[in-house]
Ligand binder design. Sequence first.
Ligand code: SAM
Length: 232
Amino acid sequence: MTAAILTEGLPQVGAEVSCIPALKQFSRLLLEKNQVMNLTAITDPDQVATLHFLDSLAVWQGADLSGKDVIDVGTGAGFPGVPLKIAHPDVRLTLLDSLNKRVDFLREVCEALSLTDVACVHGRAEEFAAGHRERYDAAVSRAVANLRLLAELCLPLVKVGGVFLAMKSTDCEEELAEAKNAIKLLGGKTERVVDYTIPTTDVVHRLVVIRKLSPTPAKYPRRFAQIKKQPL
Ligand code: SAM
């Protein structure tokens, strides 16, 4: 069944069906490891295919990331980064997460799937920025923080001219409005908002496409306690 879902859904998100075996292997590794550590609340393989894989791949609708340096901030069990890398092998990927156990899992996945040009990094985005400021063509992030906070974690990492793709639900109007000032202060501008239906489902999610127009002032990002206490 999962193969049928992917066969139908992958072309709709700009991916080839030839990546199905690798996606199925990732799904197996994810669900196996999920028995012993908390990686995902979604445990039905068909839902892994739709709500994790096809959803992750919909990021491509925000920007063509071929050959780009991409960082997935707060990647967790590898979403959206790992499906993106499987479907688009020429992406140079950094998977960043503050939870070491998850990063160890991602290293196992990369080895098992022979994924190259992937850096699995244990760290906090706001600290990682010190050595990796404006290094990436794109930052992607799903389900990590409110956009107002998330912008301060992600935009400092993005090159001027690059893009920050925030994966959100469709009820984020207020969140978007509240984040407007933060995005501007950090050198970004919301370019467009793309609502997409996850193929083979009726679930609609939203991609917020934020362009980096000018350098992020050196005082950002601040320490996380400060970001949380006084969001921009
Ligand atoms: N992006 C994945 C997804 O959509 O399934 C994981 C989402 S999970 C709810 C949020 C992840 O963000 C966690 O794995 C957490 O450790 C990580 N995280 C939270 N704050 C972070 C930060 N400041 N820097 C790096 N990772 C962070």
